[in-house]
Design a protein around this ligand. Structure first.
Ligand code: PLP
Length: 403
């Protein structure tokens, strides 16, 4: 018998399984609203023009080799990533209190931060609070490193908006010094973000209880089209003097999904503490991945450190965010035209890659089974999967499953 005779089969990942089902579907008008990856008006993946350009610069350079990067990654990338999220005028940067580790994209950055917290957080019984609902990997990562996970209310089904009171109440009730995982913008899966006034209340509640802020930002610039606007919450928390971690992904805003370009930004109280945190993360990273991959980080670094390329990147971000906003509008317009029961304005109020439609499990399943429209059973749709050719078909199908 096998040594592994008693190993149980793990369930398949819901999102990746959905994509596999979509690919296997032979229906001509099938629509994939599952995975969070940008698609063009033609329904195709998009290599950002600025990324093509940066790639050509790397190719033409001719001096690049395949040597190992340092354990904490490419210096020029790390510095630029910190600047991007904290802002060039950040006091934490000026004070030398901001550091980072280049990680295996956003997922790896959340993991590196969570692993560090599991080893070095002073309160060994600390729990991490995640939004209800959130990106499924948050629970998996924190539980995986042995940190218990609790939820804070986030989505209010009645208003199809933020449950701020529930969120603040949980912050008040949580033991002092708990970890709170926050989405700075384009909340996944709901597309609902706090306003600046609401962030102020959240920061007040976190401060009063000495909670630790762990931001996970996968959509900076992709959400509103403005890199500054999408970083508002993180910069505000930095101004309020929080020590915090920020996991940054360059998958969506650079379209570098498979290249695994990410960064964990660390904001500490002093340069000394920052250095010690970095050293511990380096030690853990050496045993985990040894050193991060170079290609995606080189592309991002080139663009972030060159004024002309940076401007072009901002244009590319606007192209993506504008198309998504347009699809939100067209979907709502079409549902309104059809007189679909219910209110749908939340779709245009929401922001980023996803919309939490409010469709229930039965309706979501019917969309998949009867209409070949693939979405997760919680009613989340990836807006990037819509285009002017399929939006009417999707709206009609939604109309039919809710009436
Ligand atoms: N965090 C959130 C909230 C996300 O939605 C995603 C991607 O879907 C990620 C992190 C990280 O993705 P990646 O590991 O591809 O950078």
């Amino acid at each position: 018998a096998s040594v592994f005779e008693n190993v149980a089969a793990a369930p398949a990942d819901v999102i990746f399984a959905l994509t596999a089902d979509y690919k296997a579907d032979t229906f001509a008008d099938k629509v994939n609203l599952g995975i969070g990856a940008y698609r063009t008006e033609e329904g195709k993946p998009w290599v950002l023009p600025v990324v093509r350009k940066a790639n050509q610069i790397l190719v033409d350079d001719g001096t690049l080799d395949h040597e190992y990067l340092p354990i904490l990654g490419l210096d020029t990338f790390r510095k630029a990533a910190i600047n991007l999220i904290l802002g060039a005028d950040s006091a934490a940067i000026a004070d030398g209190r901001a550091g980072s580790a280049q990680c295996i994209s956003g997922t790896g950055a959340v993991y590196a931060g969570a692993y560090f917290l599991s080893k070095h957080y002073p309160n060994k019984n600390v729990a991490c609070y995640i939004s209800k609902p959130t990106w499924a990997n948050h629970r998996a990562i924190f539980e995986g490193v042995g940190i218990p996970v609790h939820e804070y209310p986030y989505w209010n089904p009645a208003t199809k908006g933020l449950d701020l009171d529930g969120m603040l109440q949980t912050m008040q009730d949580a033991p002092n010094g708990s970890i709170f995982l926050l989405h700075p913008c384009a909340h996944n899966p709901t597309g609902v973000d706090p306003t600046p006034e609401q962030w102020e209340k959240i920061a007040d509640a976190m401060k009063a209880k000495g909670h630790f802020a762990f931001f996970d930002t996968a959509y900076q610039g992709f959400a509103s089209g403005s890199l500054d606007k999408d970083a508002y919450s993180v910069r505000y928390f930095a101004k309020r003097g929080f020590e915090m971690f920020i996991a940054q992904s360059f998958s969506k805003n650079f379209g570098l999904y498979s290249e695994r370009a990410g960064n964990l930004t660390i904001v500490a109280k002093s340069p000394e503490v920052k250095n010690r945190i970095e050293s511990q993360i380096a030690k853990a990273q050496r045993a985990n991945i040894s050193n991060p991959p170079a290609y995606g980080a080189r592309i991002v670094s080139l663009v972030l450190n060159d004024g002309t390329l940076y401007k072009e990147w901002e244009d590319n971000l606007t192209t993506m965010s504008d198309r998504i906003k347009l699809m939100r509008q067209e979907l709502v317009d079409e549902l309104t035209r059809l007189g679909t029961p219910g209110t749908w304005n939340h779709i245009t109020d929401q922001i980023g890659m996803f919309s939490f439609t409010g469709l229930n499990v039965t309706q979501s399943k019917a969309l998949k089974e009867k209409y070949h429209i693939y979405l997760t059973e919680n009613g989340r749709i990836s807006m990037a999967g819509l285009n002017t050719k399929n939006v009417k078909y999707v709206a009609k199908a939604v109309h039919e499953v809710v009436t």
